[in-house]
Design a protein around this ligand. Structure first.
Ligand code: C2E
Ligand code: MG
Ligand code: MG
Ligand code: MG
Length: 280
């Protein structure tokens, strides 16, 4: 049947596949312009100390306000941006915007906590990545120890020599390092011990298992015990219930983040949240 359509290669594909490829192409070219057109913005989710309930930091989370498609979440465009290299300008924009906003809040005296920024694999592997980070710190005036970079296991467990060098350079700059979604990828515990890490972030799938799913709950416990015994700070992502919080507190987990405390907030909402919580 396909032969009848001659060189029109697209006829070989099912219509839905064609649509998806087309969709992706237009989305890609739209993302090219999104930075210039101010369509990207950040939300900020509070991170709390589980022992005191005090705010210790914020995580910056990207959103895209698309002119015709409406609000787009990162899972729907970050993997694509990563594949086509657009993550480089997008990632620079995120780093700059998050640091500038946070430096402002610090200057206002409404927070002493840190700002966490997600760094993708492609971004981290750029040869001048450390320079980009130090330039941003200089430009925005943010104190280095208030910036935390979140990378996943996949990013740090590949090309260990270079990664170790990079992580050490970043540590010398004074920024802190966290492993995001910990437990969902592959980590060599031997390397984990050698890396200059500050924090492990337990993936929310394990947090959700506490008190309900025995196996996931057991993994959460194991990660906390291992992290603490390696001298790392451990933060649980995706805390939604008081029961999960109680389990985590009992296990000695240091910090948490999740809808139980706050959803990702716009800059105005976050400013309000910080003012209210810092005056407690
Ligand atoms: P992540 O870094 O692991 O961020 C946590 C995600 O969990 C966020 O989704 C957050 O909104 C969501 N979350 C927080 N608390 C809860 C909870 O209690 N329950 C549930 N069900 N979800 C919760 P979001 O904002 O959609 O981001 C998804 C992922 O996209 C992030 O996962 C991160 O990997 C990536 N991402 C977000 N912003 C950026 C960015 O600026 N750069 C890069 N490279 N990746 C980003
Ligand atoms: Mg993260
Ligand atoms: Mg995560
Ligand atoms: Mg994630």
């Amino acid at each position: 049947v396909a032969k009848e359509f001659g060189r029109n290669g697209y006829q070989f594909y099912a219509p839905e596949m064609n649509m998806r490829a087309l969709d992706r192409l237009t989305l890609e070219s739209d993302l090219h312009r999104a930075v210039e057109r101010n369509e990207l913005f950040l939300m900020y989710q509070p991170q709390l100390a589980l022992s005191t309930g005090g705010v210790i930091g914020l995580e910056a989370l990207i959103r895209w306000r698309h002119p015709t498609r409406g609000l787009i979440f990162p899972d729907q465009f970050i993997p694509m941006a990563e594949e086509c290299g657009l993550i480089v300008p997008v990632g620079k924009w995120v780093l700059e915007t998050a640091c500038r906003q946070h430096a402002y809040w610090v200057a206002q005296g409404i927070t002493t906590g840190s700002i966490a920024v997600n760094i993708s694999a492609h971004q981290f592997r750029q040869t001048d990545f450390c320079e980009q980070v130090s330039d941003v710190l200089l430009r925005t005036g943010l104190q280095p120890h208030l910036l935390e970079l979140e990378v996943t296991e996949g990013v740090v467990m590949q090309g260990i020599e270079q990664v170790l060098h990079k992580l050490n350079t970043l540590r010398e700059l004074g920024v802190t390092l966290a492993i995001d979604d910990f437990g969902t990828g592959y980590s060599s515990l031997n390397y984990l011990k050698q890396f200059p890490l500050h924090r492990l972030k337990i993936d929310q799938s394990f947090t959700h298992g506490l008190g309900s799913d025995q196996e996931s709950g057991a993994i959460a416990k194991a990660i906390i015990q291992m992290g603490l015994s390696l001298g790392l700070d451990v933060l649980a992502e995706g805390i939604e219930t008081q029961e999960q919080e109680k389990h985590l507190q009992a296990l000695g987990c240091n910090a948490g983040q999740g809808f139980l405390y706050a959803k990702p907030l716009s800059d105005e909402e976050c400013e309000q949240y910080l003012r209210v919580t810092s005056s407690d």
